[in-house]
Design a binder for this molecule. Sequence first.
Ligand code: PEP
Ligand code: MN
Length: 263
Amino acid sequence: LVSRKKQPESTVIDVQGTLIGGGSQVMIAGPCSVESYEQLRTVASALKDAGIKVMRGGAFKPRTSPYDFQGLGIEGLKMLKEVADEFGLATISEIVHPAHIELAEQYIDIIQIGARNMQNFELLKAAGEANIPVLLKRGIAATLEEFVHAAEYIAVGGNSKVMLIERGIRTYEKWTRNTLDISAVPLLKQETHLPVLVDVSHSTGRKDILLPCAKAALAAGADGIMAEVHPDPQTALSDAAQQLDIPQFQQLWEGILQSGLFA
Ligand code: PEP
Ligand code: MN
């Protein structure tokens, strides 16, 4: 169902009036985790001023260590919705369990399925029954074929509003958190008709090379970019090392707009 051989036209996904795919690109930004109203309002206000339409914020956090911040759960989703509504933004947040689908439909506009759950087949099947778009992250060590099969699970369930996002894969390289696989962008666009995005924050784990990585992604045909932004990254409860502060984000966004690569 996701194959471009079966459907030559690119899928275009409408998220509250923001189109993604088929030549329309999207910038998704926001904190790694939802932490407080104040944190979200500060970010939402900056995003709104910058003309960004989709805010991210994790409420269910699939952390590598059980001792790390696990997210605010349902309360976090409610906070995200309240602040997004206040600022007129659409939202994306990760869910980690099939039982979260109804919550997602109630509180957010796009379901994120995280890298660690790319092959959680029961979650993929549940997302296939959801009536909102799904952004599927590439698994930490997933081949592109595995990635596409995972997307197919969602489509087979009846949800054709699927987007893919390259977020880096694990290699021997230590200077980046993961290795951004730019070749995934043209390959996934060639093999599928789905929008393909690039997460420059989780792929690099850095703040200093996001602009060239975002430009490379867009030049390779990406339909959107995701980046993490926090009002005070040093105090962030997750991914403190890679989140941009607001001026850094504004600089990234200006650089992307000036590149002429963003539609
Ligand atoms: C995230 O985007 O919040 C996240 C946890 O990313 P990933 O699943 O790509 O590690
Ligand atoms: Mn993160």
